[in-house]
Design a protein around this ligand. Structure first.
Ligand code: ATP
Ligand code: LTN
Length: 324
């Protein structure tokens, strides 16, 4: 079974990325043939600073390693180092209906967020993502809930290709985790995001004083009851979800334990728990920061291994399409 997933090098990785996607990656690497990618070609579809991109790529690679990915157990690489991603994206674009791309939620949201930057790359984003996944004959894609729509589209593209040109792809499935959608701390009706306001997310390597400050000032409601009710109490519900993920306790158990306590107490407990939970991440992050040559070597080796698998799919696809 092949597993593929990726994260855009668009800023600091946060606990949403970890609980939504990466935590599963770390378990899966022990069981399956896993490839984890830094999707830089996706990152350039929204505004970015070219001079910061290489630094962000390296930072993301360090984050992958510090969070627990082991280069002996999985393939870690940068998307633009394997040119077959672009090649397959072009080919798949020719069988993807325009209407399907226009109705993607992420496309609609990002075009609203960056109206001055609306480009064809943003529209074609899911086709490149389908290419990432299908190049490696992937069957499982561990992601957060926001990416499920893109994976459904990937399945449709695979099905259409197989029907039109003959079997070349497996149909992948999304794998969701318990922390499939962590909300922002300052706008709890929105998803926690790297490119949102820094007050809204907890970085994986954030200093304890900042973690405490952000949790203590997380937006809640004017009530007093600690209860999981995402519709009416999105802030408290989100804190309970994070609490549950960090402590391993069920939300129902937490509600009972925290009964009669104020929001302040909940936040204080959660801040201390999170600081302890993230402490090994901070330590490993510092260690890898001093080993950048080694990290770059891992990415180079990863790209060589990925390329071998990608080339064999491209050959098959081009033959079926009459291009070879
Ligand atoms: P950006 O702000 O650049 O859109 P992001 O923070 O949304 O970035 P991505 O790089 O788009 O992060 O996502 C990487 C992985 O993390 C994906 O699998 C995505 O589904 C997951 N993910 C992102 N945000 C969350 C979240 N708040 N809760 C759960 N999973 C998330
Ligand atoms: N679009 C994803 C990142 C991504 C991805 C992928 C995830 C690009 N290619 C392939 C899984 C499989 C996002 O999180 N924004």
């Amino acid at each position: 079974m092949n597993v593929f997933s990726g994260i855009r090098p668009s800023g600091d990785l946060h606990i949403g990325n970890y609980f939504g996607a990466m935590r599963q990656w770390i378990e899966l690497q022990n069981k399956y043939n896993c490839l984890f990618c830094i999707v830089d070609l996706h990152a350039i579809t929204t505004p970015y600073e070219p001079k910061d991109l290489q630094k962000n790529i390296l930072e993301t690679a360090i984050a992958y390693l510090a969070a627990g990915l082991d280069p002996e157990k999985c393939v870690l690489f940068v998307q633009s180092d394997v040119k077959e991603h672009c090649e397959l994206a072009w080919l798949l674009g020719t069988i993807t209906p325009l209407g399907d791309l226009k109705r993607m939620t992420q496309f609609k949201e990002k075009s609203k967020k960056y109206p001055q930057y609306l480009n064809a790359g943003l529209l074609n984003y899911p086709v490149l993502m389908a290419a990432d996944i299908l190049l490696y004959q992937t069957t499982l894609v561990p992601v957060g809930k926001d990416q499920v729509q893109h994976i459904e589209l990937t399945r449709e593209i695979a099905r259409r290709f197989n029907k039109t040109f003959g079997n070349a792809f497996k149909e992948p499935k999304a794998l969701l985790s318990q922390g499939q959608k962590i909300m922002s701390l300052d706008e709890p009706r929105k998803k926690m995001s790297k490119t949102g306001s820094p007050k809204g997310y907890i970085g994986l390597f954030e200093e304890p004083s900042k973690i405490r400050k952000k949790i203590m000032s997380a937006v809640t409601d004017s009530g007093k009851t600690i209860k999981y009710d995402p519709k009416r109490k999105p802030g408290i519900s989100n804190l309970l979800v994070i609490y549950s993920l960090v402590s391993g306790k069920d939300i129902k158990v937490l509600e009972r334990e925290l009964k009669g306590k104020g929001y302040r107490q909940l936040k204080k407990n959660l801040a201390s728990l999170l600081i302890d939970f993230l402490s090994p991440f901070r330590r490993k992050h510092k260690e890898f920061l001093t080993r950048q040559v080694y990290v770059k070597e891992i990415l180079k080796r990863g790209a060589r291994r990925a390329r071998l698998q990608a080339q064999s799919t491209i050959k098959r696809v081009k033959t079926k399409m009459g291009l070879m």
